[in-house]
Design a protein around this ligand. Structure first.
Ligand code: ZN
Length: 140
């Protein structure tokens, strides 16, 4: 890969443009769903797989951790191109090579998803409490 002139600006050695890693192998396009770890983004994408048994295709999801270089700095909701590279840490062997666009309303969607999860957990704990009460009633 050709090194850019302003290489001094980005001192990330795992950067695909300014660093010394060599992205090769598989590449995917996905959406960033989390950036809570330093210089790491969680990227998710869906793909369709044909299931011969049912003669239909099913939608599957894939999720990987990808290196998020400072000069790209992808945020939640960004559609990014990732490429396979040598392992950068225990769970990272992909690097973000390009920020393509912003997915509109993705943050809201993600929040909705989190809310749904919270609701399910809440309902479960409520049920557990009910059971506890029932058991107490039985004892008496
Ligand atoms: Zn860089």
């Amino acid at each position: 890969m050709v090194k850019k002139k302003n290489a001094g600006k980005c001192d990330d050695r795992n950067c695909p443009i300014h660093g010394n890693i060599n992205p090769r192998g598989r590449d995917f396009t996905g959406i960033v769903i989390g950036t809570n770890m330093t210089k790491t983004a969680t990227v998710e994408w869906t793909y369709r797989l044909f299931a011969p048994k049912y003669e239909r295709s099913e939608t599957r999801k894939s999720k990987v951790h990808a290196h998020n270089p400072l000069c790209i700095n992808a945020q939640v909701g960004d559609v990014v191109q990732i490429m396979e590279t040598r392992p950068l840490s225990k769970t990272k062997n992909f690097v973000i090579t390009k920020k393509l666009r912003k997915e509109r309303g993705f943050k809201e969607k993600l929040e909705e998803r989190e809310e749904e999860k919270a609701k399910v957990i809440e309902a479960k704990t409520r049920e557990e409490k009910k059971e506890e009460v029932n058991e107490e009633a039985k004892v008496e």
